[in-house]
Design a protein around this ligand. Structure first.
Ligand SMILES: CCCCC[C@H]1O[C@@H](O)C[C@@H]1SC[C@H](NC(=O)CC[C@H](N)C(=O)O)C(=O)NCC(=O)O
Length: 221
């Protein structure tokens, strides 16, 4: 079958969690990077953007939009979605929590330097006082290697992605979370994820001023 094809900017944004999930599932994917307004307008003109937005993922003969819908399709397809509805809803809760945290970082890139600094400091605080304590407690309460059902799931992938992103903001952020530290090591050593963490993989860098400018130019905001 043809490899999935991802259409987005050459950066993390809303597409990075999709890259992580595909990589963790061991699925090779292609990428088309939007670098110019013309590319974006052509996708729109060709009717390939449902709401005029990206991420866009071409997979299984479909053009998928809406990050959460794409992620849900992928993790069900690659069996990373728990064994029943009760596990599935817990995975969804944890995933939405880590997505909220990561979106705070992604959106901060588009703020003024002053606002960006303030919002990233708040994000670190929220990670330390709200999100990481929750996940530390979950790992403690059922003492298993994974967040749900003692089986590797989408929730584990996204939590690792969020942990690594938060460590880019504050390298000692896990100092009060020993179980999350061990979790990070364990999940990072899963072969498909270990490969994705190597230099040269399709994992993207933190947003820089060039990325922000390209997105602004393309989306004209
Ligand atoms: C989250 C921030 C990541 C960095 C940049 C992104 O955030 C947004 O500010 C822009 C991009 S993402 C690009 C943006 N996409 C979305 O907002 C998608 C939202 C949708 N609910 C999803 O989850 O996929 C876009 O195409 N906008 C065109 C426009 O609506 O006309």
């Amino acid at each position: 079958a043809a490899k999935p094809k991802l259409f987005y900017f050459h950066g993390r944004g809303r597409m990075e969690s999709i890259r992580w999930l595909l990589a963790a599932a061991g699925v090779e994917f292609e990428e088309e990077f939007l670098e110019t307004r013309e590319q974006y307008e052509k996708l729109q003109k060709d009717g390939r953007l449902l709401f005029g937005q990206v991420p866009l993922v071409e997979i299984d003969g479909m053009m998928l939009m809406q990050t959460r819908a794409i992620l849900s399709y992928l993790d069900a397809k690659y069996n990373l979605y728990g064994k029943d509805l009760k596990e599935r809803v817990r995975i969804d809760m944890y995933v939405d929590g880590t997505l909220d945290l990561m979106m705070m970082i992604a959106v901060a890139a588009f703020k003024t330097p002053q606002e960006k600094e303030e919002s990233l400091a708040l994000t670190v605080k929220k990670a330390k006082t709200r999100y990481f304590p929750v996940f530390e407690k979950i790992l403690k309460s059922h003492g298993e290697g994974f967040l749900v059902g003692n089986k590797f799931s989408w929730a584990d992938i996204q939590l690792l992605e969020a942990i690594l992103m938060m460590e880019e903001l504050d390298a000692s952020i896990l100092s009060d979370f020993p179980l999350l530290k061990a979790f990070k090591t364990r999940i990072s050593n899963i072969p498909t994820i270990k490969a994705f963490l190597q230099p040269g993989s399709q994992r993207k860098q933190p947003p820089d001023s060039h990325y922000v400018q390209v997105v602004r130019d393309i989306l004209q905001f």
